[in-house]
Design a protein around this ligand. Structure first.
Ligand code: SAH
Ligand code: SF4
Length: 434
C-alpha cells in the first residue's frame, strides 16, 4: 500500500526493487527531499550483514579482526573508517578510496553501512522535517518496527529529536507512547543511524563534488544543519542507558559527528539511579520531565514518581555533575488544563526548584485520541509563564512546529489505522525546541 498526499512522488523512484541500501552493495542515490509517500511494510527487507554504524572504535577493531585485518593495521584502519563514516557520511565501501580495493571488497562482503530505512518523509512549510524510519523486527523475518525522527530548523541551530526505544515501559498518563507496551530497546547503531539518516536527507555531509543539498548549500560551507540533539522522542533513554550512552558518545566524538555535549540534551522522566551516570558517562545536558510540583499529582502523571519521588529526584539533580549556571538543568512542564496550570502550581514549582540552576520549559499539551486531558488555555499558559519568569527563570513556551505536516500525519497511515504512537510522538517532538 502506498499513501499519497498532494504532489507526492515515490521515495524510491523504482518501486520494483527494494531500496538499494538494504543490500548496501550499491550506491544509493538519494531521492529528492520533501516527499510524503509511505512504502509498504511488505517491501522491507532487513539487512543481511551487520552494519558498522554505531560500533565503538574497539568494536570496529574487532570487526576488522574478524575479517583477517592484521592487528598492526587496526589503529589506522579504524581511524579511516571513522572518518568515512562520521565525517564524510559514506554510504558505500567503494567511496573509501584511502583503503585498498581488496579491503573494501572484504568489508563489503561482511558488513554494510546500512542506516534505518526511510519509509516516508514530510517537510513542513516552516522547514520542520519528519522521517518515518523502519527497523528490523524482533524476530528474523518478523514485521519491521517503525520510529520517527524529527528535524527542527531555527535561525541559529538545527535540532534533531531522537528516539531511544520502540514504545515505553512507563505509562505517563498524558503521553501516548505510554499507552504502548515496550517493543524493544534501540541499539546504538539505530540511535546513531537516526542522525545519519537525517544528515543524508538534509545533505548535511561535506561532499567531494561540493554538491550539497540546497539547505546545506544555502547556509554556506562548514555550517552544520544538525547542530543539536535532543533525546526526546519515543522511549525512556535512561531505561536503555548503555545503548544511549554509546550512541551519544559517538555523536559527540570530536573526530566524527562532533556535536558538542552542550548541544546534546537527554530527557528523562526521572530514572534516578541513572542520572549521575548520565553526567559522568555521557556528560550531556539534562532535561527532567517534572510536570508537577507535588508528589500526589506527579504520582498520577508520571507513575515512576512512586518509585523515585520528587525530593529524591531533585536531590539527584542538585548533585548532577558539572551543574552550573552555564549548564542548567531543564525542567519540562506540560501544561494540562485544570490539572497543573494554576497560579498556585506555578508558585509551588518555583519554590521547589529554588537553588537549582534551572530552566523551565512549558510545553503545551499535545492531545491524542482517547486522552482525557486538554491543553491549558493560552491565557493560563501566559500567566503561569509570567510567575515563573518573575521568579527569575527563563520560561520559554515551546512553539509547536510543523503544524502543517502534523495535519498531514494522517497521510502516513491507512484510513482504518488509528493515529499511531509514532505519529503522536512526532507531533509532540515538533513542539520541542527551545
Ligand atoms: N521518556 C522521556 C523522553 C521522551 S518524552 C521523558 O519522559 O522525559 C519527551 C517529553 O515529552 C517529556 O517531557 C514528556 O513528558 C513530554 N510529553 C509526552 N507526551 C506529551 C504530550 N502529549 N504533550 C506534550 N508533551 C508530552
Ligand atoms: Fe515514556 Fe517519556 Fe512517555 Fe513517560 S513521557 S510514557 S517516560 S516516553
Amino acid at each position: 500500500m502506498i499513501y499519497r498526499s498532494g504532489a507526492a512522488r515515490p521515495i524510491y523512484p523504482s518501486m520494483s526493487s527494494p531500496p538499494s541500501h538494504l543490500d548496501a552493495g550499491s550506491i544509493e542515490s538519494l531521492p529528492p527531499p520533501g516527499l510524503v509517500e509511505k512504502i509498504s511494510l511488505e517491501r522491507y527487507i532487513a539487512p543481511t550483514r551487520p552494519s558498522l554504524i554505531g560500533l565503538s572504535r574497539a568494536e570496529l577493531a574487532e570487526a576488522l579482526t574478524a575479517i583477517g585485518v592484521p592487528a598492526a593495521q587496526h589503529k589506522m584502519r579504524v581511524q579511516q573508517l571513522w572518518q568515512w563514516l562520521y565525517v564524510r557520511g559514506a554510504r558505500h565501501f567503494d567511496e573509501m578510496t584511502s583503503m585498498s580495493k581488496e579491503l573494501r571488497a572484504q568489508l563489503h562482503a561482511h558488513y554494510t553501512l546500512a542506516r534505518p530505512e526511510v519509509a516516508a518523509e514530510q517537510t513542513s512549510v516552516d522547514g520542520t522535517r519528519k522521517w518515518l524510519l523502519r527497523l528490523p523486527g524482533g524476530q528474523a523475518g518478523g514485521r519491521p518496527h517503525e520510529i520517527e525522527c524529527v528535524y527542527i530548523p531555527e535561525p541559529d541551530r538545527g535540532t534533531l529529536c531522537l528516539s531511544s526505544q520502540i514504545g515505553c515501559t512507563l505509562s505517563c498518563s498524558f503521553c501516548h507512547t505510554g499507552t504502548q507496551r515496550l517493543v524493544r530497546n534501540l541499539t546504538p547503531g539505530e540511535i546513531v543511524g537516526q542522525i545519519m539518516v537525517a544528515r543524508d536527507r538534509l545533505g548535511d555531509w561535506p561532499s567531494p563534488a561540493g554538491a550539497r543539498a540546497p539547505e546545506a548549500a544555502s547556509k554556506g560551507s562548514g555550517v552544520r544543519l544538525v547542530s543539536n540533539i535532543v533525546m526526546m522522542g519515543m522511549g525512556e533513554p535512561l531505561y536503555n542507558f548503555e545503548a544511549v550512552r554509546d550512541a551519544l558518545i559517538i555523536a559527540a566524538d570530536g573526530e566524527g559527528i562532533a556535536i558538542s555535549k552542550r548541544r546534546i540534551t537527554l530527557s528523562t522522566s526521572g530514572v534516578v539511579p541513572n542520572i549521575p551516570r548520565t553526567g559522568k558517562e555521557i556528560g550531556c545536558m539534562l532535561a527532567v520531565s517534572l510536570h508537577a510540583a507535588h508528589n500526589v499529582l506527579r504520582d498520577e502523571l508520571v507513575p515512576l514518581n512512586r518509585k523515585y519521588p520528587i525530593e529524591q529526584l531533585l536531590q539527584t539533580c542538585r548533585e548532577y555533575p558539572a551543574l552550573s549556571n552555564a549548564r542548567r538543568i531543564t525542567f519540562e512542564y506540560v501544561m494540562l488544563k485544570g490539572v497543573n496550570d494554576s497560579a498556585a502550581d506555578a508558585k509551588a514549582l518555583v519554590q521547589l526548584l529554588k537553588g537549582i540552576p534551572a530552566k523551565i520549559n512549558l510545553i503545551p499539551f499535545n492531545p491524542w485520541p482517547g486522552t482525557s486531558y486538554e491543553c491549558s488555555d493560552w491565557d493560563q499558559i501566559e500567566s503561569f509563564s509570567e510567575i515563573v519568569f518573575n521568579a527569575g527563570y527563563a520560561s520559554p513556551v515551546r512553539t509547536p512546529r510543523g503544524r502543517d505536516i502534523l495535519a498531514a500525519c494522517g497521510q502516513l497511515k491507512s484510513a482504518t489505522e488509528k493515529l499511531s504512537a509514532r505519529e503522536r510522538l512526532a507531533l509532540r517532538a515538533m513542539a520541542f525546541t527551545d
